[in-house]
Design a protein around this ligand. Structure first.
Ligand code: ADP
Length: 383
């Protein structure tokens, strides 16, 4: 028999008010199964047994009991444990009632004078219940798989869309300085005026720097994607790094009439061992973003030391960033508004490079920002 083969007891709940019938059934079942047997003889005890003993294998029930019957018992069983098979065992009740009970969900109906059929009926019911359980599990797994596939598809579509936006941004970003170089080179060739020539050369130089910046960003992001970011730490003076950052950004700030404020470096931050070029690039990316998204006011940056960690901040008085965009703007190609490239320029790579470099230095990066109230980017690196 199934339960005996499995070496586990068959858990039976029997609803029957005749003690003799209970004993008879128990004896029949004991011959076939290892048995965990409970019998009850009224509605209250039946409900209580279902509540207390939810892990049942099968429910057997007489048809008529005082003030209670099998259809009512089946309704209760379906409420508490819908997956447990229910078999009615009774004297003759007439075909109509038997069919009604089967329609309602009972798995079988056995006459008390045909009990020889009982064990095969139980085995079949148990097999069917097991098959149903396996099917339900498979359907559940399929649902989960479908959900995962849908998410993966969404991600792939999103990433595809982001790449298209990136490519369109890039062609714009590359074409702008290239047009500058080509156009002003032609003007330079044709011009005899040394003042104009100097102006054209400066514009060509600026365009070259912009192009260089884009190429560097692409190289950086490729190295990041290929897990090829190498950290090379040396002893550095923070003042040298800050001075260098100020010198490369000063002209851009002057051009936009925005004040670049560098806070004084506290004495305990002056020297550190780090990757100077990565730290320089993190600061440059954050400060130039501050400048790009600020039309009035200032960009301020500084550092303080706390418990062996250097805490940097870059604050601006620019357009700010809505809170719901905070978690995504460090992802590559992401921009708060895709259309903003036309207005502000950019590839959507700066913050993602900054984050990867901060993490390569074992630090963290985060921000506080609200639209219209400016942004402050923070990053910390252990020293
Ligand atoms: P981008 O080249 O577009 O500036 P980033 O990765 O540097 O790429 O920044 C991603 C996006 O985050 C920007 O396009 C912009 O929408 C937002 N952002 C970054 N820094 C600031 C800032 N200081 N103020 C407002 N928005 C910012």
């Amino acid at each position: 028999m199934k339960a005996k083969e499995q070496n586990s007891a068959l858990r039976v709940l029997y609803l029957e008010d005749s003690k003799l019938d209970v004993e008879l059934l128990r004896t029949i079942l004991e011959e076939a199964y290892q048995l965990d047997f409970t019998s009850v003889d009224n509605q209250q005890a039946f409900e209580k047994a279902l509540l207390n003993k939810k892990s049942l294998d099968i429910i057997l029930s007489d048809y008529s009991l005082p003030g209670f019957d099998a259809p009512a018992a089946l309704t209760i069983a379906q409420k508490y444990c819908p997956d447990i098979p229910f078999i009615c065992i009774s004297g003759t009740i007439g075909e109509e009632k038997a069919v009604e009970l089967l329609k309602q969900g009972a798995v079988d109906y056995i006459l008390k004078d045909r009990m020889a059929r009982l064990t095969s009926s139980i085995d079949r019911a148990m097999n069917e219940a097991e098959e149903k359980r396996i099917l339900a599990e498979a359907q559940e797994a399929l649902k989960k798989q479908n959900k995962e596939l849908r998410i993966a598809k969404q991600k792939a579509e999103e990433s595809d869309h982001l790449k298209s936006v990136f490519l369109s941004n890039m062609s714009h970003e590359v074409r702008t300085p290239m047009n500058g170089i080509v156009g002003f080179s032609e003007l330079l060739i044709r011009s005899d005026d040394p003042i104009k020539q100097a102006k054209y050369v400066r514009t060509i130089q600026n365009s070259c720097e912009q192009l260089m910046h884009i190429i560097n960003s692409i190289v950086d992001i490729s190295l990041i994607e290929a897990n090829q970011v190498h950290v090379s730490k040396t002893e550095v003076e923070l003042e040298h790094i800050f001075n260098y950052v100020n010198s490369i950004l000063q002209e851009d700030f002057e051009r936009k009439s925005i004040h670049l404020k560098q806070l004084e470096i506290p004495e305990n931050c002056c020297e550190l061992t780090t990757d100077a070029s990565k730290l320089t690039q993190i600061l440059t990316n954050l400060i130039s973003n501050g400048l790009k998204f600020t039309s009035q006011g200032f960009v301020e940056y500084g550092v303080r030391r706390q418990n062996g960690t250097l805490h940097f901040h870059v604050r601006d008085t620019g357009i700010g960033i809505p809170e719901e965009k905070h978690p995504i703007i460090f992802e590559r190609f992401r921009q708060v508004e895709e259309g903003n490239t036309r207005k502000y320029g950019g590839s959507g790579l700066g913050l993602s490079i900054a984050k990867s470099f901060v993490e390569a230095l074992e630090g963290q990066i985060w921000l506080q920002s609200k639209p219209g109230e400016g942004s402050t980017f923070f990053f910390s690196i252990p020293v």
